[in-house]
Design a binder for this molecule. Structure first.
Ligand code: 16G
Ligand code: MG
Length: 553
């Protein structure tokens, strides 16, 4: 440990992690993410920042080193708040500021944050860190540790963990074990025990066509390792075959949840020909999951975040009714949710639906407005949040002798289901176990589940413009307020199609504008997306070639 004054200790570290000043970094929706080879000084600076954050909130703070579904040459970091949530928005600004501070100004930058935020530097600071399987992650973890040590913070380096596992550890630590044990073993045994208990509550009927056999595409990343460890705790209750486990292919290369969702086809490296075979793909840090199967005609069917969300919301709704529990439950989606899923949730499940802006933290925040808030992005990131009131009511109903045994059993199932859910953030492993419990309870095959509703055909396009900030949106990104005339033009185009919807928004992760369109047929969705993209290109200073005519029309 160093005994140097703060300024000097920061300078010594900075000389080992020099900032070339050539790149501009930004802490956005998913933390900092860019090419790994320029991140070393940024991780050192983040190490300093999280010590300040830990002292400011007097709690353990987490950092995960990962770039999720990005290619292997990229990397990044996400900071985790004490209850396992994403970094507070005001601190995203400080993170961006410190990440861009030169070596000479670094001491001053830290000093002004200390005074501005009135941080007591005599307090202890504690950081939990973990990393994904990228080759660059190890060195970046060392840069982070150097930053933590420069400000005399303590840390526990968990080594390789999935993003949601690290979120879980932080919450366990800050609840003094109330949420579970902050160890990897604690994570697996909590989930395995909850999984077994939920299934014990469910009676399997003779006609059940459910099978616990599934193929998992681990994206050649951390999820492949961790799901194998999870399996060892499940006593063969599921028969899981892991592909893309990192022994052959490259991380996220033509595989993983993002590839499957965007390409709407199976990943490389995993056999999917067997009709009806249940398949899942995780992303590079295992916080997203999608299901899919190929039917007897060889047609590929994707069951994305929307299908998972409606399955979970519908099941929790049934349990709440069966337990006679009055709790206000809702589903939170983004504008990308397929219109059929929203309609199914509203009209069939009778679950109220709220729409939030893209990005996990927005959905998470909105879900906290409900007693039971289910949230999912169509890309497969999501979880369920239970308020303190909901937790209390479910617990007491599970032990209430005045209720019928069926009511008590429904409440008990809910209680164990809550234990199975990682409430800190979307967690591919936990979500998979939840889905398997529900399919088991219903005796469903993939075909049964998929039949709940049929997705409206849709198309996403990208348009490159001079400055994507000229597009501003409102109403959870569903309506463009600038440039002038764009929304009116979109409305005019949409009105020519049946069952149609379209919106545009500037991407938070790429320098482009994204176009989404859905309509009654694929040809119509393609043509609608093309027309809207062309409008954006003309009204928002498009650069390069104008959008190409869709080949299907
Ligand atoms: C980030 C977000 C993800 C969102 C995506 C949108 C987190 C942890 N991740 O990956 O939720 O769907 O960005 O990207 O919040 P876009 O702004 O480029 O469309
Ligand atoms: Mg991810």
């Amino acid at each position: 440990m160093n005994n140097l004054p703060v300024h000097q200790a920061i300078a010594v570290g900075a000389s080992k992690h020099p900032h070339k000043g050539k790149n501009v970094f930004s802490y956005g929706t998913a933390g900092i993410r860019c090419r790994a080879d320029i991140l070393d000084p940024v991780l050192y600076r983040l190490g300093l920042l999280v010590v300040l954050r830990s002292r400011a909130v007097r709690a353990t703070i987490g950092v995960v080193i990962t770039a999720s579904h990005n290619p292997e040459q990229d990397n990044g970091a996400k900071v985790v708040e004490p209850m396992g949530e994403m970094l507070l928005q005001t601190w995203e600004g400080y993170a961006t500021q410190i990440a861009n501070t030169s070596d000479e100004d670094l001491g001053q930058c830290v000093q002004s944050l200390i005074s501005e935020l009135n941080i007591d530097m005599a307090l202890p600071a504690n950081i939990f860190l973990a990393r994904d399987t990228r080759p660059s992650s190890f060195g970046l973890a060392q840069a982070l540790i150097d930053g933590i040590q420069a400000l005399k913070g303590d840390y526990i380096d968990y080594g390789l963990l999935s993003t949601p596992q690290l979120h879980y550890m932080v919450r366990c630590q800050n609840t003094q074990g109330g949420y579970g044990n902050p160890t990897e073993h604690g994570y697996y045994s909590k989930l395995a025990s909850a999984f077994t208990k939920v299934r014990e509550q469910q009676s399997e009927t003779d006609e059940s066509e459910y099978t616990g056999e599934l193929s998992v595409d681990g994206a050649n990343g951390i999820g492949a390792l961790k799901i194998q460890q999870m399996c060892q705790h499940l006593n063969n209750q599921l028969k899981i075959s892991v592909y893309n486990d990192g022994t052959h292919g490259q991380l996220n290369d033509r595989c993983g949840a993002d590839f499957v969702k965007v390409q709407q086809k199976p990943p490389h490296g995993m056999p999917t020909e067997e009709a009806g075979r249940k398949c899942v793909s995780l992303d590079g840090d295992a916080d997203r999951i999608v299901y899919y199967f190929v039917d007897s005609d060889g047609v590929f069917h994707l069951l994305d975040g929307d299908k998972i969300a409606t399955l979970i919301a519908g099941y929790i709704q049934e349990l709440l009714t069966a337990a006679n529990l009055q709790l206000n439950m809702g589903l939170v989606q983004t504008a990308y949710a397929n219109g059929s899923s929203t309609q199914y949730a509203t009209d069939v499940l009778k679950v109220p639906v709220a729409c939030a802006c893209t990005g996990v933290k927005h959905l998470h925040h909105r879900a906290q407005d409900f007693d039971v808030g289910v949230y999912f992005e169509a890309n497969g990131h999501g979880t369920v949040l239970f308020s303190a009131l909901a937790t209390e009511k479910i617990n007491s109903a599970s032990q209430d002798e005045r209720l019928s045994s069926d009511q008590r059993q429904a409440a008990t199932t809910l209680k164990y289901l809550q234990d199975l859910i990682n409430e800190t953030v979307g967690d591919a492993i936990s979500d998979m176990l939840v889905v398997e419990c529900i399919l088991h309870a219903k005796g469903w095959t993939m075909t049964d589940w998929n039949a709940a509703y049929t997705d409206l055909p849709n198309r996403q396009l990208k348009v490159k413009v001079k400055d994507r900030r000229v597009i501003q949106t409102t109403n959870a990104e569903r309506c463009a307020t600038t440039p002038a005339g764009l929304q009116e033009a979109i409305d005019g185009i949409v009105s020519k199609y049946n069952n149609a919807r379209s919106f545009v928004r500037p991407s938070g992760t790429e320098d482009i504008v994204r176009i989404y369109a859905e309509a009654d047929t694929q040809v119509a969705a393609d043509s609608l997306a093309y027309e809207v993209a062309t409008k954006v290109y003309h009204l928002a200073d498009g650069v390069g070639d104008p959008p190409a005519q869709p080949s299907s029309s």
